[in-house]
Ligand binder design. Structure first.
Ligand SMILES: [Cu+2]
Length: 373
């Protein structure tokens, strides 16, 4: 608490931190089951997953090969200043230095074993809550790491789907860390892969991960967005903007324009693309202009029968969803939050650049624009 006062937090905030602090889960109950689990997972193959920056996914099999594995990976927490739009800087809190954090991929029955590192150069306590995990606040209660510490969490992937993960260190630090960028997603595939609405196997040629982020940047008296020297320095005024519930920016992958123009996602006519989309804090609705969601797992569960022919699909705050689409026409598609004020004016938009042959049967300009006759 003494340190918090130094950081200039109000007593009200400090009190709420105490009230909502994550309970400790290092109890005896855990020790009892430990021996049995060690025996159960002994001998399982260990594979190391190399995480990559979004919108890309780590190398993975769509259909599981062999039996359950222990999928291990490391994530380093990075506190850094990020420019989320021209002249708009944030003291970002991130997993692996990106917003969103990297996509993790495993199969149902696998064990996910994460080494979470909080380097001594950071200033804050962090942890991770996996919405895909069961117990201990999604692992948040077992993963609190101060600067200079690391922790190893293992959880069994029992639910098929795409799920958010985020930092949740207690009290107002939970929304503060989440809207400072500290969230990502994990995809737990069914061992037999994805299925369409009729139960037939489907696969994708490529997959992209788009993380939507709401940002709340304070403005100075000069009307310009304020720039701060450290996350703690930004916190008080940022919380005031957060309380309005009106974001100043909405980004797809950490920066307005991160996935547009030269940075567009790409595909070819005939390719099937899986789009994974997360929003850790706020509702959104995704639309692919000129295309569709052929199959959409709204809510993110791959155990659900996917809905078909979707124009727009909702994603609730704290949720991820998956949409599969086979491109039929070349051109630039806009992948957008279809609250068009949010998509066009606040930044929540991306492009998919698709190569291939135009199909006049699907669409044709019968006559060019000209004078009314
Ligand atoms: Cu954090």
């Amino acid at each position: 608490m003494i340190k918090l006062k130094k950081l200039g937090l109000s007593m009200a905030i400090a009190a709420s931190l105490v009230a909502f602090s994550a309970p400790s889960f290092s109890g005896e109950e855990m020790e009892v089951g430990k021996v049995a689990v060690e025996a159960q997972i002994q001998g399982l193959e260990r594979v190391t997953q190399t995480l990559v920056a979004p919108p890309f996914l780590p190398e993975h099999n769509q259909v599981a090969v062999g039996g359950p594995k222990i999928v291990e990976m490391t994530m380093t927490i990075v506190e850094k200043e990020m420019e989320i739009a021209p002249g708009a800087f944030v003291q970002a809190l991130t997993f692996e230095g990106t917003n969103p954090g990297p996509m993790i991929v495993a199969h149902v029955g696998d064990y996910v074993e994460l080494t979470l590192k909080n380097p001594a150069t950071n200033s804050m306590l962090h942890n991770i809550d996996f919405h895909a995990a069961t117990g201990a606040l999604g692992g948040g209660g077992l993963t609190n790491v101060a600067p200079g510490q690391q922790v190893v969490l293992r959880f069994k992937a029992t639910k098929a789907g795409v799920f958010v993960y985020h930092c949740a260190p207690g009290g107002v630090m939970i929304p503060y860390h989440v809207v400072s960028g500290m969230n990502g997603a994990i995809m737990i595939l069914p061992r037999e892969g994805l299925k369409d609405e009729k139960g037939n196997a489907v696969s994708y040629d490529k997959a992209y991960y788009v993380g939507e982020q709401d940002w709340y940047l304070p403005k100075g008296e000069d009307g310009k967005y304020k720039r701060y020297a450290a996350p703690a320095a930004a916190m008080g005024e940022t919380l005031e903007v957060m309380k309005t519930l009106i974001p100043t920016h909405l980004t797809f992958n950490g920066k307005v324009g991160a996935l547009t123009g030269e940075n567009a996602m790409t595909a070819k006519v005939g390719e099937t693309v899986l789009f994974l989309h997360s929003q850790a804090n706020r509702d959104t609705r995704i639309h692919l202009i000129g295309g569709h969601g052929d199959l959409v797992w709204t809510g993110g569960s791959f155990d659900d029968v996917p809905t078909t022919n979707r124009e727009t699909w909702q994603i609730g705050g704290g949720e991820a969803a998956a949409a599969l689409y086979t491109f039929q026409q070349p051109g630039i598609y806009v992948y957008i939050n279809h609250n068009l004020i949010e998509g066009v004016m606040l930044g929540a938009a991306a492009h998919v650049s698709v190569e291939g042959e135009w199909n006049n049967d699907l669409m044709e300009q019968v006559s060019k624009p000209g004078p009314i006759q």
